[in-house]
Write a protein that binds this ligand. Structure first.
Ligand SMILES: [Zn+2]
Length: 236
């Protein structure tokens, strides 16, 4: 899908700089929300109007991330030069192929987040979806938070598992079996929100199950809740 000579297309250098700033700030949200340990986890953003994405550099600790350290890649996951020919020379996250696969196959997606957040990943370790037993889960995920297949890290297998699983769900989050959480959104901030809400749901349903059997919501109630939340919630 991508051409041999990536360019920033309609994206102004100022727009790319602003996206770098936002992506750096959003990585700090993963830390402040308690979703990541050491260098695990990453956020990427599609560069609007281009065949490019920005993603966290590989193996750099969160406190050392800067806007300039975010790595520009094409949608095959290869580092790319910016419109002015510049490149920071850093290697992109080891999950870049998965993010790139999602952008290639889901044109509506503008941001992708990956974490090993504890409670959600505990569900992934059991290969068990988080059931839709709370209004907040119906609002945000429109049903259970699904389980994706086991896939080895490094190539497109993870990306394929994410896309194939989410294609059959309204959920913006998937628990990749024996691995962790991937979330999508119209932008990177939306994908961060889904990652935070996914961990919150996984934790609360875990606590509920410690004490008994959570009560499932009906399909009718889930649909009504999801529809109201997606259309009418918040400031318009
Ligand atoms: Zn991972």
């Amino acid at each position: 899908m991508t051409g041999p000579a990536p360019s920033t297309g309609g994206q102004t250098p100022g727009g790319l700089a602003a996206l770098r700033e936002e992506l750096c700030e959003l990585h700090s949200r993963l830390v402040s929300s308690g979703l990541v340990a050491w260098t695990s986890g990453n956020v990427s953003a599609r560069v609007p109007g281009t065949e490019l994405m920005l993603i966290k550099p590989s193996g750099v600790e969160y406190q050392d991330l800067t806007p300039e350290s975010m790595v520009l890649c094409d949608l095959d996951g290869r580092p790319a030069a910016a419109g002015d020919g510049s490149s920071n020379g850093l290697s992109p996250s080891s999950d870049t192929a998965a993010h790139a696969y999602v952008y290639r196959h889901m044109p509506e997606v503008g941001g992708v987040v990956h974490t090993h957040s504890a409670y959600a990943t505990a569900w992934a370790a059991r290969g068990e979806p988080v059931p839709c037993v709370l209004t907040a889960i119906a609002d945000e995920f429109g049903g259970e938070i699904p389980i994706g297949p086991f896939a080895r890290i490094g190539d497109e297998e993870i990306g394929r598992g994410i896309v194939e699983t989410l294609a059959g769900h309204r959920s913006p989050a998937v628990l990749m079996r024996s691995h962790g959480v991937f979330t999508i959104g119209a932008g990177a901030r939306d994908a961060i929100k889904a990652a935070v809400m996914c961990e919150d749901a996984a934790r609360t349903v875990h606590l509920a199950r410690e004490l008994g059997d959570p009560i499932p919501l009906t399909r009718e109630d889930i649909n009504a809740l999801h529809d109201r939340y997606q259309r009418a919630y918040g400031q318009r």
